[in-house]
Design a protein around this ligand. Structure first.
Ligand code: SAM
Length: 216
């Protein structure tokens, strides 16, 4: 994502009650954050928030946490939350951290599902460990995701997708389902919520890949 530094971003996020300011203080306490015992789903690399806000709206019985590492990007998600369409949602929060720190923020088994949408590809081989579907990240997810919890990943980048399929296998996770053309796969596309990147790339005719993997 092209990044423009927005000076007011930090202050706006700090002042907004939808943003959890010291998320490490909530480790093991996310039920209290939401005030109920609903399952917690997280999206890593939330970007401008379209996916998670629509997901939260469509699923009031699930709590959603959007994770984005850049305040200038998360600002856009928070501004979207503030619109009439989303401002009454009770089941969504945002945190501004690098997902490498995920174990500092969520306790063992605290997360039921992880969404990764159009994650940065890090095309150079020496950067492979930075990819959010690398074995290194899957090991981090295992520390917070319930056994048999799921990871859902969408991307238009077929190289990254093939890499991810291999990493899922290498990590010992189970591949539940996958497609190289989500929008023409009736079963997997059912209830699909488009992200900003998904809209952009599919409108150019790029097929969208999706996999669903289950934690060992
Ligand atoms: N998910 C959105 C979509 O599909 O429209 C945005 C996709 S954008 C290519 C990837 C986003 O993931 C960027 O906003 C980036 O800052 C964020 N991101 C990448 N690596 C991250 C990490 N390690 N922790 C948190 N956010 C990350």
């Amino acid at each position: 994502m092209r990044l423009r530094n927005i000076p007011r971003a930090e202050g706006t996020l700090q002042a907004h009650n939808i943003v959890i300011k010291r998320p490490e203080d909530q480790k093991g306490c996310w039920r209290q954050v939401f005030g109920n015992k609903q399952p917690v789903h997280i999206e890593i690399g939330t970007g401008k928030g379209r996916f998670i806000l629509n997901k939260a709206k469509a699923n009031p019985d699930i709590n959603f946490v959007g994770i984005e590492r850049y305040s200038s990007v998360l600002l856009r998600a928070v501004e979207k939350y503030d619109t009439d369409e989303f401002k009454d949602l009770q089941n969504v929060r945002f945190i501004c951290i690098d997902a490498r720190r995920i174990e500092e923020v969520f306790a063992k088994d605290e997360v039921e599902r992880i969404y990764l949408n159009f994650s940065d590809p890090w095309p150079k081989a020496r950067h492979a460990k930075r990819r959010l579907t690398s074995v290194e990240f899957l090991e981090r997810y295992e520390k917070v995701l319930k056994p048999y919890g799921k990871l859902e990943f969408k991307t238009d980048n077929t190289e990254l997708f093939k890499f991810s399929l291999e990493q899922i296998k290498e990590a010992g996770w189970t591949l539940q389902n996958f497609t190289y053309d989500l929008h023409h796969n009736e079963e997997m596309n059912q209830g699909n919520i488009m992200t900003e990147y998904e809209e952009k790339f599919s409108s150019k005719g790029n097929p969208i890949n999706k996999l669903i993997a289950v934690r060992k």
